[in-house]
Every structure is written in C-alpha cells, then in structure tokens.
Design a protein around this ligand. Sequence first.
Ligand SMILES: [Fe+2]
Length: 275
Amino acid sequence: MKNMTRKQFLEAMTVGVAGIMAPGLMTGCSSPGKRHRQNPGPVKILSFGDMHLLDSPSTAYPRKVIQAMNAEGGDLVLACGDLGTDGKRSELELARDVLDELTMPYYPVVGNHDALYTGEQEETLFSEIFSLKQNNYHFVTKGIHFIAIDHGCGKKYRDNSVRPRVMAWIKETLTDIPDDEPMIFFSHYPFAKGITYQTKNAADVQALFKGRKLLAMVGAHFHGNTEQRENGILMTTTACCSGTRGNHDGTKAKGYRVFHIDNQMKITTEFKEVK
Ligand SMILES: [Fe+2]
C-alpha cells in the first residue's frame, strides 16, 4: 500500500458491498435484498501465517515473503495469525508495518501468539492496531464472501474450541448470505480432520455451513503444509513464514500459499516456497 496508510486505504476501499470491504467496517453483511450481487470469480487469493515477529531482525524473512507475494500478485492476502510472539503492542505494530508493504489488500486474524489474554476477553489491542471494528468480520470480494474469525480462546491453544459468542456471530453472519453464494472461511486454527490442534468443535462449526457453498477453510498454526478435501471443501494449513521458528512437521520449506478460483468456483491451491 504505497503512499497510503492502511487506515487511509481501508477508508478508501469502503465502496459498498460490491467492492472490497474494509474488515472493520463490514462486520455483518447488509441484507440480501439491498445487496448488489456480483458475478463471482475468477479470484486469486494468497495466504500465509505464523510470522512470529519479535523485533526488527525477525522481519527479514517475512519481508522476503512479502516481496515474493507482491511479485506473485493476487486479489487479496489472508494473514492467518501468529503475526507476533507474545501479543505485545510493539510486535503487532511491527507486523502491521511489515504487512503494509503488501501491494494488495490484506486481512489479518488473531493467533494464540497475538493474544494478550488467557481467558475469553476480546483481543482489543489486535483490532485497534489493524483498524478492525472487531476480530470476527465478513467482507465480499469479486462475489465471494470471506468470513474471518478469532476463535475467542486467547492464548489457550490447547483448548481451541470456537467460543459460543463467536459461534453466534457466525450464525448471524450466515443469515445474510444467500445459500448459493460462495464463501471462504479463514482463521488461525485448522479445521481438517487429523491435523494437530484441529479446532476442538470443528464439526459443530462445519455443521453451520451445511447446504451452503463453502469453498475452503484456510488455517495456519500447524506450521506445515496440509491440503485435503472434506465433503468437497478444501481444507489447508501452510508452512510457517518465520525466521524465528521452524515447521512443526519437520519439513524445511517455508513460504506462502496461493488459491485459484475459476468462474465455475472450482478451487485449487499450491504452496510457494520462499528460500
Ligand atoms: Fe505459530
């Protein structure tokens, strides 16, 4: 976002439901009757997670990834949490400054290393620094609905169920999205079966999307590449994007992920290593 602060960019992008929504300004969709429906796709989405920034030296590798993503190009970037290490203001501000080097809109979600609380308090520092009205949000790009959640469990990564207030927000948000409109869901924790630290109540969350056009559930936290399909829904995690930490699955490659969605809403994905 050259020559423009993120806040200015978000304000400039508040162009109605047909455009890209500023996360903090689009926390519930307007009613379907009022929405101007877009023809969906094709869309190219980039995602990454787990930068684990601590200080200035720790930005070196993530900055390489940012440069690679800028060269790759795409419609938007999903930043899937663990942007910092201890949820400190200095780390999150550093993360924002690094992400502001992206030339595409980016959308962050809270990871356990971005959290200040061990309880279920709202992580307001994260929303403040990233100019979000709240950490659960919904926006539309090129006819595809994006649903971002903070599980609501703070630092409690071993107890990572989606908390009731977040479940209620998802339910309410879905009431404004017609059944036949495509959606992408993203969060820090993964939902796929068999993945380490799978969301504890993954099945309950997935049940909310039954009969809906959910294309993918995009996650991180695992620090490893996984791609699988459950009931036609693409479920992914991605290797970490960190110079301070390694992958949990023992692999060495780090980088980012690309999703390609064609006009028929067929979604494919590939991992891009950044040395
Ligand atoms: Fe992480």
